[in-house]
Ligand binder design. Sequence first.
Ligand SMILES: Nc1ncnc2c1ncn2[C@@H]1O[C@H](COP(=O)(O)OP(=O)(O)OP(=O)(O)O)[C@@H](O)[C@H]1O
Length: 866
Amino acid sequence: MGSARTALAAVVRKEIATARGTARAVLAAAESARSEAERRRRMVRDAYATCLTQLADARDAARLDILRRYHHESATLSATVETLAAASAPGAAGASWPAWGPTEPKPGRRPGLLRIGMIAYDPPPPPGQPPAQRRALLPALIPLLDHAHLDLSGEQSTVDGVIAGLLLRTLGSTRPGDVRVTVYDPEHLGGTLAAFAPLGSADLLSFVGPGGLGPMLDDLVEQIRRINEQVLAGEYASLPDLTAATAGPRPEPWRVVVLLGDRASGDLPAAQRAQLDRVVRTGVACGVHVVARGVPLAAHPTVEHIVVRDGTASAETTGDLPIRLDPPPPADRISQFCRQTAERLLAGPPPASFADLVPGKLWVESSAHGLVAPVGDGPDGALVDVPLGDDPPHALIGGPSGSGKTNLVYAWLGALATRYDPGELALYLLDFKEGVSFARFAPSPRDPSWLPQVRLAGVNVNGDREFGIALLRHLAGELRRRAQAAKRHDASKLAELRAEDPGGHWPRIVAVIDEFQVLVSGRDAVAAEAVELLEDLARRGRSQGIHLVLASQDVSGIEALWGRSALVAQFTLRIALPKARRILAETNLAADVIPRHHAVVNTDSGVATANRVVRLPDAGDRTMWRHLQTALWEARDPGAEPPRLFDGDAVPVLSPQTLPAVAPGEAALGERIAVDPAPAVVGLGRTPGRNLAVLGGRAAEACDVLAAAALTLATHGPARFTVVCADAAAADAAARLAAALPGAAFTDTVADVPAASDVPHYVVGYALDAAGPGLRPLLDDGPAAGVHVLGWWRSVGSLRESVGGLGARFDAIGSWVALDVHGADLAPLSPIPGGPAWYPRPRRALWFDRTAHRVPEVIIPYEVAL
Ligand SMILES: Nc1ncnc2c1ncn2[C@@H]1O[C@H](COP(=O)(O)OP(=O)(O)OP(=O)(O)O)[C@@H](O)[C@H]1O
């Protein structure tokens, strides 16, 4: 039993041990499962935390990005709105009152919007920064001209301030005269807008009395009907394009009608209400606008309602945004502006500027059929074209001193030179006034540019009518050349010649001669030749494209002209400046009544029915011309020759290095007065009489003529020179010449000079008055034997002594140059009975060569630098 018990105990013990072992194992497994579960839980928790952080970061980044974009876009948007606002209400339409001033609208620009106040808004702060302390502002703009009627309601004095501001902005941003205002103010009889009263003096404002509303509305309805009818009749291009159609004054003004009523006093009588409704319905398209306070306007898409409350306002255009209204404009600013506007209007619009005469594109016109260019604008503001061509072919310009002839010519030249390139137009400009008005068109040391169409500019030629003759002769030569070409091509006018000879160079030529009366007055040979040349050019130049433009202070006294009615009749284009005499027809008094800086342009020989009054711009400004000329000069053909400058004050200077080219046996004396510069040359061949006498008391010039002659003779050899000086006063000049001539002998007498020579022998004699008896055989027999005298005598009398004394003939003197010797004294030497008409003047000489001249010729002696 004991053992059973023991065995049982052992079994139990064993089972207990087994159970304990099992339990321990289960516990261990459970423990490890728990720790695994805990590990996993930790992992999940960590992952969740990481995820949360990442999400928060991503959310923050996205928020920041959105904020940044929001800020950028709203900043861009407000900048765009600001730009748009500035563009919609430029200048006077949008400036604040302290900075306000009237502004001229750009030509053709349609009316924009008008500022009545500002709209405040909160700009978004940059990301990460606190909101801005101040609110941002944008102008509050509302429409009026060409867009809307305005119906304002609210506190009366504030509304009136808004209306005053709107009117001032409207008037200040349009041209004077473009807006007419009518005010109906029955309560205050116009007092509400009294500051605008000065406009009344220029008919830009009218106040309508208490009983005047009906007639005023009737009149507006009638105006609208008339404007619509004119549009239908085609008088205006279209509506509402009256502004855009023209850069000049608007053909119909805008009419702004201000109705200052009082809602409390009841509505309008039925008839007036009906008329007002008509105006509201139809007015905007015709430029008629109602601005009403206290008179409700009928509902219509063109009516803009503005409601004023406690200093702020709301308008349909600006939506719900509250408008902080501008204060009313200062009354003194309004009246000052209105006074100035009325004055400007009464004074008339400013004339076209010189820049207005310049076309948009340079050098695009053809002159084949004529030249057309404006010189100013007419009373309607449109440019007035002046034609030159087959008809009218030539122009006469007249006006007293200071009336603006030169200015007119500048304006015309500017308009022509910008339209026609040098292949189409060539200009020859000569001014007989004292001064240099055309010098600016030629190159100078200060400005190397020139006006590319100018072929010749003559200045300081008031003492030198010969320059005029030279020009006319040159043109006569060109006329002959053109006539021959026309004959060859069977053409009867320039347009035909150009068509037949497309490769030829046939520009129209315009020759302007200012103060041309200097050239044709008097009864001398110059005047006679000038009139003859002018007559020929005027008659035949028409068809050959050569046009004369003659200007004068007073043509009434030009005998040479009025005696030749056929000549005057060719000048069918007449331009009369204020107070010009005899430019227009006798019964045409227009020139007496036009104001300063105006001209009458008449293309029908001055007949009154052809008058066109032109306002001339100021065309003389040097800086403006310089810019224009530089632009044209840079556009020229790079090989183009500069124009010839006739400067009466310039003396041609010679030195041994700058001698003109001459043939052997030829002597150059000075410069001829011709369009193409050329030396005056005497040929000293082996024939009797080939001697040269220089006559007169002006020693320096006489010495220069001898030196120039001798130096040019010396350019070709072989030749021998003997310099003879019989007077100590000329010894210095004579010695310098002798030194400059290769191998020259220098002596004080002609006694030793042999009368024959195998090579040409030139005897250059200074002050030969006292040269003694040896001179006569030299003069008489020398030339045929190769010995030529080039001598200076102080007078014709002393020369006569040298050739044989009283009664002697001057056959030995084949050529002479007279300085300060009067024409009558030259009678024995001249083919002209009584002597040539010669009135000596400094640095001019009268030259005659028996073999080359019919009559003596004026030359400019060189100044010789030895
Ligand atoms: N349209 C104009 N606008 C402004 N100024 C002008 C106008 N026309 C002329 N002037 C000015 O008037 C002055 C005289 O003009 P201009 O020299 O053209 O007259 P003129 O008739 O040629 O005189 P004169 O015969 O004495 O030479 C100049 O100072 C010129 O600038």
